[in-house]
Design a protein around this ligand. Structure first.
Ligand code: ADP
Length: 491
C-alpha cells in the first residue's frame, strides 16, 4: 500500500506531540500535587505548634534523688512524678473557629496524657477514635523536649503531632479530600489544556505538512506532464523552495538530458533511414529501368555493377550502425593482440594510395615503431577513415603528412592535410553521427558522416584519445593517442 508522506508526517507529529503533552501534563500534575501536600504539611506543623502553646505551664515538683521508687504493691518501679494531674489546656483563641464545625470532614485536635489517655479533643466527629500518634515517650528522668512536629497520613486525613508538656502529646488533623478535589480540578484543567494544544498542534501540523508537500505535488504533476507529452517543459523554480528547489533543478537537468537523447535518437533514426534510402532508391530505379524493356548483356552488367556499388554502400552503412549500436550497448568486441602500429599504418597508406593518386595528393610519411595491444582490424579502420578524409577534403595536388611516434606512454599518430579545413562553428559537432560540414560534397565523395564517430568510439574503447586542429583554407591535423602495449592490459 502506498503511504502518503503527509499522513506519515501527521502521524509522527501527533504521536510526538501526544507524548510531549502527556509527559508535561503528568510532570506538572505531580509537581503541583507535591507542592500542595507540602503546603498542607507546613500549615499543619504551624497549627500543631500553635495548639501546643495552649498549655498553661505546669509547676514541676523536685525529684530529690531522681531515682525510681518501688511500687507499694510490688509492681514495676514508679517515677516520683507519677500521678501528677495533667497540665491545664486552653484552646488558643485563634484556633477556636477552626474546630467549631462538627462535620465528618472538618479539622480536629486531640491531646493525650502521659498514660496515652485522651484528656481533651475537639468535638468534631472526624477526631473520634484517633489512635495515639507515634511511639509513647519514655518515662525518663525528665519530660521529653517538644521537638519538631511530625507528620503522618491516616486514611483520608493528614495529621501533625508534637510533644506537649509533662509527656502529653498534641495532634491536629485535617481531611485531605479538599486538596484531592482541588488536584482533580487541576488534572481536568491540564487534560483540557493538553487536548486543546493537541488539536491546535494537529491542525497546525496538517497545514504545515500540506504546505510542505504542495511543491512535491507540483513537481509530480509537471513531471507527469513532461513524461506524457512535452519533453521541453520544465519545472518552474519559483514553484519550489529549499531542498525541493535542488530536486527540481536535478529533474530539470534530467529532462534536458532526456530531451537531448530523445532528439538525438529521432535525428539519428531519420539520418540512418535517409542514408539507407539513397542506395536503396538507386538499386530500385536501376533494376526497374533494366526490366522495363529488353536489354543487352552489357547493359545488365552495368546495372548489376551499379546495384553492387549501392548495396556495398548500404552494407558499409549497416556495419557502421551496428558497430555504433554495439558500442552504445557496451557490446563492442575487440580482439586485442600485440601489433606493430607502424605496419598497420603503412598498410592503410598503401590501400588509399590509388585514391590519393587520383586526386594528385602526395602522402609523406615519418613512421617509427610503436607496439600496441589492440584490435588490428579496428586500428586499420580508424587509420583508413582518417586518411580517406584527409584525401577527400584536400585540394587537388595537395599534401598529406603522416607521422607515427611513441612518447613513452602512447603511440601518437598524426595526419595533417593541406585541405579545406573545418570552420570553427562546425568543429564542436565533427564527431557527431551523420554530421557533415558540406553534405553534398561528403555524399559525392562517398562519405556517410559516421567515419569520425566510429573513429572516436574505437579509439576510446582502446583507452585512447582523438583530437584535431583545423584552420580554414590551411588544413586539418588529426592526432590519435593510443596506450602502448606494455601499458595495456590485454583482454
Ligand atoms: P564523412 O563520411 O562525411 O567524411 P566523417 O565523420 O568522417 O564523415 O566526417 C565528418 C565531417 O567532418 C565530414 O563530412 C567533413 O565535413 C569533416 N571532415 C572530416 N575530416 C576532415 C578533414 N580532414 N578536412 C576537412 N573536413 C573534414
Amino acid at each position: 500500500m502506498r503511504r502518503s508522506i503527509q499522513w506519515t508526517l501527521q502521524l509522527w507529529h501527533a504521536g510526538l506531540l501526544a507524548v510531549v503533552l502527556i509527559g508535561f501534563g503528568t510532570a506538572s500534575y505531580f509537581g503541583i500535587s507535591r507542592s500542595r501536600f507540602q503546603q498542607l504539611d507546613t500549615e499543619l506543623e504551624r497549627s500543631v505548634q500553635l495548639l501546643a502553646a495552649g498549655f498553661i505551664p505546669p509547676k514541676l515538683p523536685d525529684s530529690p534523688s531522681g531515682e525510681l521508687s518501688t511500687n507499694s504493691a510490688g509492681g514495676p518501679p514508679r517515677h516520683p512524678w507519677d500521678g501528677l494531674p495533667a497540665p491545664e489546656f486552653q484552646l488558643p483563641a485563634a484556633l477556636v473557629p477552626r474546630f467549631a464545625a462538627d462535620q465528618p470532614e472538618s479539622d480536629y485536635y486531640v491531646i493525650w496524657d502521659h498514660d496515652g489517655r485522651v484528656i481533651q479533643a475537639s468535638g468534631s466527629r472526624a477526631g473520634a477514635d484517633v489512635p495515639y500518634p507515634g511511639a509513647r515517650p519514655e518515662w525518663t528522668a525528665g519530660p521529653p523536649a517538644p521537638g519538631p512536629p511530625q507528620i503522618r497520613s491516616r486514611g483520608a486525613f493528614q495529621e501533625a503531632f508534637v510533644n506537649g508538656p509533662l509527656w502529653t502529646r498534641v495532634l491536629i488533623g485535617t481531611p485531605t479530600r479538599p486538596v484531592q478535589l482541588e488536584l482533580r480540578r487541576v488534572a481536568c484543567l491540564l487534560a483540557a489544556i493538553g487536548a486543546g494544544v493537541l488539536v491546535i498542534g494537529l491542525v497546525g501540523g496538517w497545514l504545515v505538512s500540506l504546505r510542505a508537500v504542495k511543491p512535491i505535488r507540483a513537481i509530480t504533476e509537471v513531471a507527469q506532464e513532461i513524461s506524457a507529452s512535452n519533453l521541453s517543459r520544465r519545472i518552474e523554480a519559483a514553484e519550489v523552495q529549499s531542498e525541493l528547489g535542488s530536486l527540481a533543478a536535478v529533474l530539470n537537468e534530467m529532462f534536458a538530458r532526456l530531451e537531448a537523447a530523445f532528439q538525438h535518437q529521432v535525428r539519428f533514426t531519420a539520418d540512418a533511414s535517409h542514408e539507407l534510402r539513397t542506395p536503396l532508391s538507386v538499386i530500385h530505379t536501376h533494376v526497374q529501368l533494366a526490366l522495363s524493356r529488353e536489354r543487352s548483356a552489357e547493359e545488365f552488367r552495368k546495372t548489376l555493377e551499379t546495384c553492387l556499388r549501392a548495396s556495398g554502400r548500404m552494407k558499409d552503412l549497416v556495419d557502421s550502425l551496428l558497430l555504433l549500436a554495439g558500442a552504445d550497448a557496451g557490446r563492442l568486441t575487440l580482439r586485442r593482440e600485440r601489433l606493430d602500429f607502424r605496419t598497420t599504418v603503412e598498410g592503410c597508406i598503401a590501400m588509399v594510395a590509388p585514391l590519393a593518386e587520383a586526386k594528385g595528393v602526395v602522402v609523406e610519411t615519418e613512421l617509427r615503431a610503436a607496439e600496441l595491444a589492440a584490435d588490428p582490424s579496428r586500428m586499420a579502420q580508424v587509420t583508413t577513415n582518417l586518411l580517406t578524409n584527409a584525401i577527400r577534403y584536400n585540394r587537388k595536388g595537395g599534401n598529406i603528412r603522416v607521422s607515427l611516434d611513441a612518447d613513452g606512454r602512447c603511440a601518437v599518430l598524426t595526419i595533417t592535410d593541406t585541405g579545406l579545413g573545418i570552420p570553427v562553428e562546425n568543429q564542436p559537432h565533427i564527431f557527431e553521427r551523420f554530421y557533415r560540414v558540406d553534405k553534398a560534397r561528403s555524399r559525392e565523395e562517398g562519405g556517410s558522416g559516421l567515419g569520425l564517430a566510429i573513429c572516436k568510439t574505437i579509439v576510446e574503447a582502446h583507452g585512447g584519445t582523438i583530437t584535431f586542429h583545423s584552420v580554414v583554407g590551411q588544413g586539418t591535423t588529426f592526432v590519435v593517442r593510443l596506450p602502448l602495449a606494455d601499458l595495456t592490459a590485454t583482454a
